[in-house]
Design a protein around this ligand. Structure first.
Ligand code: UD1
Ligand code: CA
Length: 458
């Protein structure tokens, strides 16, 4: 198979976004528009990618630093043809070159692959991805001869009355044979009413020079939607979200209210898991089977094993093992590693800490920089005092230990196996195995004190 490369046009200003941020960096479903395009291109096995930048070039380049793409600057935005001309020296001499837009986030790798396959099997020099749409307003129209062959593309603003009736539109996605493109790219000029270099002029140039060209009409016209405004951004977001949610429902996941469930494209979910409204699943999150993801839960880059129940909680860069329950209102910060059959209850915050199988922290506790063993009880109001104002230190609580309510464990400290810390104790030294640790003022009573102070009379 020929070697393929891609050029993504992303130099336009995007004034209708009314934003300090370049248009293609606006996000939907967890990724910027241009990131979606790059991901779709890479998923189509095209790894040689050039991005044409202009408006907000520095910001775009910085954001795409790790994307493994080349950048070409288009200093002045003189049209789509001019944009592609800037990349001429970087375009390979052989193979196919696909051209797309950075503001077309819905385009799927399936459509790209089908389009490229069409171009290959037809042995075309130039192919255009098109669609029939109900409202072609604003788009370039595909003009064909009586044999149904494309002869040119006419822009909406340059079209005559008859051409305006054509409902097959130019998506702006093209595939070129590299030698054709290199030879004729600079034949595009700006001799038109708009004084713009039109990339679609390559069609008439190809016709004139008797190259082989064709159109590939996709039925997924919604994928060709270009985003120009915040309203369109949210339309695209809703459409993409719907597609993701429907895919997971097809795969055996119950989503109670798909319109209010936010699942990013890289998330994976096992069968018979139920997701309640307002759940947001982000990044590389993997959720097992038979889980319950309760309302307004947010999970980012985390692994949740089978049978876990989570209510209204936030889980970031963490791992939760089988049959554990989390929340309501728990906060698992990065580095939390929660074992099997654990209970993390309401208003419990965990950070950079391992909690062993069968342990419980049922309410109101902070566990940071710690290693907690198996079957440990962490009472209500327990604080792992990990920070002395300068540095964070470690706290270890071994298997079967009991940490009573309102205990402070001051780092660095260890509670050995079966150590039992009485409620209200501040622990600053190692608690020996099986020992009771009690460190609180001895209780005493002053008889008649209340009457003497006349407290009740006030
Ligand atoms: C273009 C096509 C039109 C097609 C439509 C599909 C031309 C002349 N017309 O129209 O046939 O139906 O797309 O959406 O190509 N860009 C640059 N540099 C420039 C100009 C544009 O990088 O100098 C980029 C923009 O950032 C954008 C894309 O190219 O991502 C399309 O530009 P835009 O001005 O929106 O083209 P349209 O007029 O919509
Ligand atoms: Ca456009």
């Amino acid at each position: 198979m020929a070697l393929n490369s891609a050029v993504i046009l992303a130099a336009g200003a995007g004034t209708r976004m009314k934003s300090k941020i370049p248009k293609v960096l606006h996000q939907l479903c967890g990724h910027s528009m241009i990131d979606h395009v790059i991901r779709a291109v890479k998923a189509s096995h095209i790894n040689d990618i050039i991005v044409i930048i202009g408006s907000g070039a520095d910001q775009v380049e910085k954001k795409l630093e790790k994307s493994d793409v080349q950048f070409v600057l288009q200093k002045e935005q003189l049209g789509t043809g001019h944009a592609l001309q800037q990349a001429k020296d970087k375009i390979p001499n052989q193979g196919n070159v696909i051209v797309l837009y950075g503001d077309m986030p819905m385009l799927s790798s399936e459509t790209i692959k089908a389009f490229m396959a069409f171009h290959e099997t037809e042995r075309n020099d130039l192919s255009v991805l098109t669609a029939k749409v109900e409202n072609p307003y604003g788009y370039g129209r595909i003009v064909k001869n009586h044999k149904g062959e494309m002869i040119k593309i006419v822009e909406h603003k340059d079209a005559d009355e008859e051409e305006l009736l054509i409902d097959e539109i130019n998506s702006g996605v093209y595939c070129f044979d590299a030698p054709f493109l290199k030879k004729h790219l600079h034949d595009i000029d700006n001799n038109n009413n708009q004084k713009e270099y039109y990339l679609p002029d390559l069609i008439s140039i190809a016709v004139k020079n008797q190259y082989k060209l064709g159109t590939y009409q996709t039925l997924n016209s919604e994928e060709l939607m270009g985003v120009n405004s915040r309203k369109q951004l949210m339309e695209a977001d809703a459409a993409m979200r719907k597609k993701i949610n429907e895919k997971w429902m097809d795969e055996g996941v119950t989503i109670i209210n798909p319109e209010h469930t936010y699942i990013e494209p890289d998330v994976k979910i096992g069968i018979d898991t139920i997701i309640y409204p307002g759940a947001t699943l982000k990044g590389n999150t993997i959720i097992g089977e038979d889980c319950m993801i309760g309302e307004n839960t947010r999970i980012e880059n985390s692994i949740i094993k089978n049978g876990v129940e989570i209510q209204s909680s936030v889980i970031l860069d963490s791992r939760v093992d089988e049959a554990t329950t989390i929340g309501p209102f728990a906060y698992l910060r990065p580095g939390s590693n929660i074992g099997k059959n654990v209970k993390i209850g309401d208003f419990v915050e965990i950070k950079n800490a391992a909690i062993g199988d069968g342990s419980k922290a049922s309410h109101l506790a902070y566990v940071g920089d710690a290693e907690v063993g198996k079957n440990v009880n962490i009472g209500c109001g327990v604080i792992f005092v990990n920070y002395n104002g300068k540095e964070k230190q470690k706290i270890i609580v071994e298997d079967d230990a009991f940490v009573g309510s309102n205990v402070n464990l001051v780092a660095p400290v260890v509670v050995k196996n079966k150590g039992y810390v009485a409620a209200g104790t501040t622990v600053t030294m190692e608690v020996p195995e099986g020992a009771l640790c009690i460190g609180r003022g001895k209780q005493r009573h002053i008889d008649g004190w209340v009457d003497r102070k006349n407290i009740k009379k006030k």
